[in-house]
Write a protein that binds this ligand. Sequence first.
Ligand SMILES: [Zn+2]
Length: 282
Amino acid sequence: MQVEERLRAEIVEVGRRVYDRGFVASNDGNISVRLDDDRLLMTPTGVSKGFMTPDMLVTTDMAGRKLTGDREASSEILMHLAVYELRPDIKAVVHAHPPTATGFAVAGIPLDRAVLAEVVTTLGSIPIADYGTPSTTELADAVRHYISAHDGLLLANHGALTVAQELFAAYYKMETVEHFARISLVARQLGGERVLSREEVDRLQNLRDRYGVTAPAPLCPPGQEEGADVTCQTVHAPSSPDARLVAAAPETRAGALDLDDEVRLTYRELTALIADAVKQLR
Ligand SMILES: [Zn+2]
């Protein structure tokens, strides 16, 4: 079978799986593979990913211009192009809206706790790329910020994105992201996760080398956060030489306030608050 024919069949199959698993609704989601140095194979816009046929797919050049196909390429192609530009190692991109992972993305809670060994070794942390209007360069730029150091991202108030050296690996990472999100949600409903210690995470990182797992980036050294140029991964795993499992710190939601944080009010706002409180007293 010709390589392109095989990849067309694989995209159709992955589309069916993301639809059947409820990772997308209606015409959501998009999938692409790198055919060679100059061409991408991409899902079309306006089609349910659960009901595609190989002939519906579109080929484009690396600037997103259509080469072949009766339909138009996905409106999210800019996000895919950003990945291929920054990650020459990547051959496939899957974007979907899996409900639990997307719930974390909507709540502003990244999946960055060291909880499950297989997630630590394969994906590491899954941060949240800033909100960008879908199909614009905003969203592509938000992805650019993290993609050099991460194979899985949440997209704020939107969905998730996974990338890999081949299509099924990218799809399996999407399954892992959603599975991890579901387990994290249940653990939090039951009172919160215990997380792996930093020392255990280091141990897993060493195993990663032994098993030949290629991860996009190392963990950021303790105390060093991801900067403007994200080249390492931030994973919540407190140091604990004695115990491998540690209680996780309370939720740190993006934009949430800590009880010790300083809040500044204008005189007008303060007066309104006092007037309100007095009214409640009456
Ligand atoms: Zn989307």
